[in-house]
Design a binder for this molecule. Structure first.
Ligand SMILES: [Zn+2]
Ligand SMILES: [Zn+2]
Length: 377
């Protein structure tokens, strides 16, 4: 049976997000119909609007959703009717990377998360239809959860216990697992791995950078340096346990990072701005044998702003990281545990907005007043 609902629809490039009535098709065998509770707002949603991530229109964004299962497709195994879920990215669950607990490396990651691929058997058929009968693109990150209801991919669902705070924890499935996963899964930072220089640099204090900071503080790394251009964010980071905060506009920033690390530079770096100038700064601030992981992307086009020659001479490593290389059914419950223990204070970086005030949420994130807006449906 189809479901009528409302969703925030982008009608065309640079159009506003408008709440509109829609009809959702029933779930296919590997899909789940959800009543959406809340959804975090992420810069990637705005990238759909601005065209940095190309997409077809009209389109529904939203990829940090939470909700309650209303109906499951015939082949769904992860969840059942009535289950509470946090949503994350989609994967095929069957390729070598998925089977090896690295679904962020899924061979169909791009198609399933950005290409809106629902299932090969239905071709380009979408999940949602507008009042005039035209198709509206859903399945963004397997979910398109800027909506009161959504038909989502089973692979995007993480079952959580009843009583879980589905509002505060809604955003765990994207930026927050990306930043913390970069530290815990990709860089595998640890004071014991590098006792003499267990220093980390985090550039960019959006949700990704803040989550990287939470993870670095949780691991008790010896020197935690953060760089941003907003004094309010730097002050916040200090409150969360950053040892040193530096102004990204300071031309001496690399020199200062070297001074703070005994002249060596940092052992690890997490880049979360997507700005190539910041990436270049992070590379220069890295110690020999250091490892820089970037979660940020400037979009297709720009090349890395440093030379292979320098990489070789200084024995440095560079990694790109999608979704913190996390396996959501394992990693999201782990982040929930850290939150309960006080190590992952997502409640202190977020603010809720009713869906009717969506534009205020966007403005608050752009100005830096709120790190992670959460939209209530
Ligand atoms: Zn896969
Ligand atoms: Zn995101």
């Amino acid at each position: 049976m189809s479901t009528t609902t409302e969703a925030l629809v982008l009608s065309s490039l640079n159009a506003p997000f408008l709440l509109q009535p829609l009809t959702l098709s029933p779930p296919l065998p590997h899909e789940v119909l959800l009543r959406i509770t809340a959804c975090g707002l992420c810069h990637t949603d705005l990238s759909l609007q601005s065209g940095v991530f190309p997409t077809d229109f009209p389109s529904i964004a939203g990829h940090e959703g939470s909700g309650v299962v209303l109906q499951v497709g015939s082949a769904v195994q992860r969840v059942k009717e009535g289950d509470h879920v946090l949503l994350s990215f989609a994967s095929c669950l069957s390729c070598e990377y998925c089977k090896d607990d690295h679904p962020a490396g899924c061979t169909t990651f791009v198609e399933r998360n950005f290409g809106r691929e629902r299932h090969p058997s239905v071709g380009s058929l979408g999940t949602a239809t507008a009042a005039d009968g035209s198709e509206v693109k859903g399945t963004f990150f397997g979910q398109s959860s800027f909506a009161r209801h959504a038909v989502v991919q089973e692979s995007s669902c993480v079952k959580v216990p009843e009583g879980t705070d589905l509002v505060t924890l809604a955003p765990l499935g994207c930026g927050l697992q990306t930043g913390s996963g970069a530290v815990l899964n990709t860089l595998r930072c640890s004071p014991t791995v590098s006792p003499k220089n267990n220093s980390i640099l985090i550039t960019g204090l959006g949700a990704v950078g803040m989550a990287a900071l939470f993870a670095a503080v949780y691991l008790k790394l010896g020197t935690i340096i953060v760089v941003d251009v907003l004094p309010s964010k730097l002050a916040m980071a200090k409150g969360f346990g950053a040892h040193h905060v530096l102004d990204g506009k300071d031309p001496e920033v690399v020199k200062k990072i070297k001074e703070l690390t005994g002249g060596l530079g940092v052992k690890w770096a997490v880049e979360a701005t997507g700005n190539t100038k910041v990436l270049e700064m992070g590379f220069k601030a890295l110690s020999n044998f250091g490892h820089l992981a970037t979660c940020g992307t400037p979009g297709p086009g720009p090349l890395p702003p440093y030379q292979i020659h320098d990489f070789v001479n200084e024995s440095k490593t560079f990694s790109g990281v999608a979704e913190g290389d996390s396996n959501p059914p394992e990693f999201i419950p782990f982040l929930m545990k850290l939150y309960e223990e006080g190590h992952f204070p997502v409640d202190k970086i977020s603010k809720t907005f009713p869906v009717e005030q969506f534009d205020d949420a966007v403005a608050a994130m752009k100005s830096g007043d709120v790190i992670k807006p959460i939209i209530l449906f």
